[in-house]
Design a protein around this ligand. Structure first.
Ligand code: G3H
Length: 528
């Protein structure tokens, strides 16, 4: 897919990074950033990715400086940020989100160019992130208000609150480079932690307009933003053992490799959102039109590059033929186009290797007896592979087990409900499921089992993370910890208390502390 000459190509030249409250110019090597949307032909006449900017390719020395800045800013719990009044931390966050809102247009444009998200999804990602920040602020106010009191149990009085954990290394995924990264970073910061943050492998340029906002809004060293390769930047940081929390949404292989580099694993808290292979289970009495609609959006929104995407469909044998004939028609009607073109549902894949990987999955399934069921299925271009609906898929095929994270849909027919249930129990993943059907007699016991295999059962609805106030987590290899506006505040903090024997002597001291400004732990009630 080529773009016409009229389209304005971004050209973001960033040679800066943020460490210790200073935006510093980097004179070392830079990394070119390409979009997998093609503008011209390469030297050999092949379609070539479009250069849209550069970012610094930082080294170990800078990454360790960023870590030191975060460590010093936390300052063993003495730092300005971890001891600050809740009200003041919230004010910093409000400053940040207000400046961020002014960058809306450029960030949405970069989401389209860098990761090929269509206009509506790119806009949703930005707006949802701003809303997430405001919701986090409100949730923190509530949490603080709830804990602004003394409890008495036996003869002990205690003030129990949630305190920060320390230094967070924050790494987000390419498919939601803004939203998911910030769903980690924002709660981490607001709870009083300090952070080193490296943008995802794709979706890097869109962070550059926010450097100034981070600098303006937060005290020095609270948030440090680095650009470069994970191996060069994140590994040396982990090896120091100074990271208290690894917050990562991405692949378990990266999470495990980083975790392994930390010398004191027992003190490393993990907050991870990882792979999933969410199944759709279609029962014989499912409403066909509704199920097709939900399965199309569930499998193919953003080309299936969502951890919550439906990645395998189990369809009852009585209705599998009808399902396939209607589903394949709906898939072939989807419009492929550039992210900003009207009605583009399918868009170029940002990872250059992805079309070939999808094609390999298709070929493997064909070699083991599956067929491409839709006319356009598997049609290749340099940056796309049209969604292939594969049937019949079985467990000998890679497509049955692997998280394809792209446009190919395996369909498995089943006779006995134990077939999909066993597949789920045997799977390495346990995030969500979509269950399509009507009979409560059948749905009821199934819901009870499924709720023990995954962490969200979507009834006659596609899987999804939102709304962001709902818990988002997974079993087995799919997650560590729970995220939601409210849960993330808990995940990035620890309960800590000030306790004393309940007697006149102590109570007088506590009263004085309450009436003074000497302790922000004791005297931090968030008053509206
Ligand atoms: O990639 C995983 C995301 O958390 C999915 O979020 O369901 O809102 O697209 P979503």
């Amino acid at each position: 897919m080529k773009v016409t000459e009229k389209i304005k190509v971004p050209n973001i030249q960033c040679n800066q990074y943020l460490v210790d409250g200073k935006i510093t110019t980097w004179n070392g090597p830079s990394a070119d950033v390409y979009s997998n949307i093609f503008l011209s032909k390469g030297a050999n006449g092949e379609e070539a990715p479009t250069l849209i900017g550069t970012v610094p390719d930082l080294d170990e020395e800078v990454s360790l400086k960023a870590l030191d800045a975060a460590v010093n800013s936390f300052s063993r719990g003495k730092g300005l940020w971890p001891t600050m009044k809740v009200k003041e931390r919230i004010a910093c966050m409000e400053t940040f989100v207000k400046i961020m809102a002014t960058k809306r247009a450029v960030i949405i444009e970069l989401l389209m160019w860098e990761i090929g998200k269509n206009t509506s999804d790119a806009t949703k990602e930005f707006d949802r992130t701003v809303e997430y920040i405001y919701d986090t602020i409100e949730a923190y106010k509530k949490l603080d208000r709830k804990s602004a009191k003394f409890d008495t149990e036996g003869n002990i009085r205690a003030h129990i609150r949630r305190g920060p954990l320390g230094v967070v290394l924050c790494l987000g995924p390419y498919n939601y480079p803004l939203n998911e990264t910030f769903s980690l970073l924002i709660p981490a910061l607001i709870m009083g932690n300090t952070a080193v943050f490296k943008p995802a492998k794709l979706g890097v340029l869109l962070i550059t307009p926010l450097l100034e906002a981070f600098k303006e809004a937060f005290p020095p060293g609270v948030v440090n933003v680095l650009f470069g390769r994970g191996r060069k930047i994140a590994s040396p940081i982990m090896k120091t053992g100074k990271v208290d929390v690894l917050a990562l949404i991405g692949h378990s292989s990266s999470a495990v490799a980083l975790q392994d580099q930390h010398p004191y694993k027992n003190r490393l808290r993990l907050i991870l959102g990882l792979e999933a292979k969410n199944p759709g289970i279609v029962l014989p009495d499912a409403d066909m039109a509704l199920t097709i609609k939900e399965c199309v959006s569930g499998t193919l929104s953003y080309n299936g590059q969502r951890c919550t995407a439906l990645k395998v469909l189990f369809v009852h044998e009585n209705i599998v033929d009808e399902f396939i004939s209607k589903f394949t028609k709906a898939v072939d009607e989807l419009k492929f186009g550039l992210p900003w073109e009207d009605g583009s549902f399918l868009t170029p894949l940002p990872e250059t290797q992805k079309p070939k990987y999808i094609q390999d999955l298709i070929q493997d399934a064909i070699s083991k007896g599956a067929k491409v069921m839709n006319k356009k299925g598997g049609e290749m271009s340099t940056n796309y592979c049209f969604p292939a609906v594969m049937y019949p898929v079985n467990e000998d095929m890679n497509l049955f087990h692997e998280e394809q994270f792209g446009p190919v849909i395996p369909i498995v027919s089943f006779k006995d409900i134990d077939e999909p249930l066993n597949a789920m129990a045997n799977s390495d993943y346990g995030q969500q499921v979509s269950l399509f059907g009507e009979s409560v007699k059948q749905l009821g016991p199934l819901i009870d089992t499924l709720a023990n295999l995954v962490c969200r059962v979507n009834l006659n609805s596609a899987c999804q993370r939102g709304p962001d106030v709902y818990p988002f987590t997974g079993r087995k290899n799919s997650a560590v910890g729970t995220l939601s506006v409210f849960d993330a505040l808990r995940s990035f903090s620890i309960r800590t208390l000030v306790a004393s024997k309940d007697n006149d002597y102590n109570n007088k001291i506590l009263q004085k502390l309450l009436n003074s400004e000497h302790s922000n732990f004791i005297n931090t009630e968030y008053l509206l």
